[in-house]
Design a protein around this ligand. Structure first.
Ligand code: ATP
Length: 296
């Protein structure tokens, strides 16, 4: 019951934080975002190995600015697809559409060949594990924080996801191990540790689709390595979509999509795209320069 609201907190927080810069936009947001209702004949999604597909998706939050312009791509079962692009290109918007916070004005999104508009939102969301940009940790033990992903999980399930999220050594280093209190009044976790707790929590849900909305904050190189390993292991066996901010975390993706002006301008593997010397190569070089300019 608590898992989805918990994960949506990050979204809502970002929407509001972004909108506070412009109070008119906040009121627009509050008045323009009607809750989307299930279709009367909505069906339940049940699939273990789905393909995720965006078909010619057009989307604008408001009429005067188109965000997505006929976007099409698919994420085959068990593969890892990453979306990159400049800030504001519309990467996080893809995730909001997949969760049906908003509806495309044209085109559709399918999971396992079924238009998500024809599915119950509850069953759709139960098939998606999400690692949001901002992870909310509660003032309780680390164990309980991970368990939010699935309150019925066994101790063995929890040990398994801790391993996949590369949190074992971290847990061992804590005075009270998994019983250590974290959150505002407890142990403060670093950005990288929080992200890995978030990965463990999302994995515990056992959903076949995993969405990683990477945090933008830069990490020191050992945290970066730990996240990289956790992302790699967590994506295994899942249909995974990574909204990437740090390109170093997606070099192993099966396919990288470069989003620009609401459409995909390049796609391929990291090596292929670097060889092409186009948009991706430019983004990659810019990030390398940034990293050199501000080594952590
Ligand atoms: P970043 O890398 O900075 O996270 P992004 O590629 O994920 O950016 P989105 O968050 O998808 O970009 O936003 C795409 C555009 O839509 C941005 O210009 C943003 O300001 C705008 N936008 C996002 N949410 C809303 C909203 N609720 N209402 C109006 N405009 C919005």
């Amino acid at each position: 019951q608590i898992f989805m609201p918990l994960n949506f907190l990050g979204f809502v927080y970002r929407e509001i934080r972004g909108s506070l810069a412009n109070i008119d936009k906040l009121f627009d947001l509050l008045s323009q975002t009607p809750a989307i209702k299930d279709a009367e004949d909505a069906t339940e999604l049940t699939c273990a190995n789905p393909t995720l597909r965006f078909n010619n998706v057009h989307f604008a939050y408001n009429k005067n600015r188109q965000i997505l312009n006929g976007l099409s791509f698919d994420v085959p079962p068990g593969s890892k697809v990453a979306v990159v692009g400049e800030s504001g290109a519309g990467k996080s918007t893809l995730m909001k559409l997949l969760f049906r916070f908003y509806e495309p004005q044209q085109g559709n999104i399918t999971v396992d060949g079924k238009d998500i508009a024809s599915l119950t939102q509850q069953s759709l969301r139960s098939h998606i594990g999400i690692v949001p940009q901002d992870t909310v940790l509660f003032n309780t033990t680390l164990l309980e924080n991970i368990r939010y992903g699935n309150p019925d999980a066994s101790d063995e399930d929890i040990r398994h996801v801790i391993k996949l999220a590369h949190l074992e050594a971290f847990v061992e280093s804590l005075p009270e191990k998994l019983d250590t209190t974290v959150g505002e009044r407890g142990l403060k976790l670093s950005g990288g540790e929080k992200q890995r707790v978030s990965i463990a929590r999302a994995l515990l849900k056992g959903a076949p689709i995993m969405i990683f909305d990477e945090a933008t904050s830069s990490l020191d190189s050992s945290s970066e390595r730990a996240i990289l390993a956790a992302l790699r292991d967590a994506a295994k066996g899942h249909t995974s979509l990574v909204i990437a901010h740090r390109l170093s975390t997606i070099v192993d993706a099966d396919k990288i999509l470069v989003l620009k002006s609401g459409t995909i301008v390049e796609e391929g593997t990291h090596t292929y795209l670097l060889e092409q010397g186009g948009e991706y190569a430019t983004l990659w070089q810019a990030q390398q320069r940034e990293d050199e300019a501000s080594p952590l």
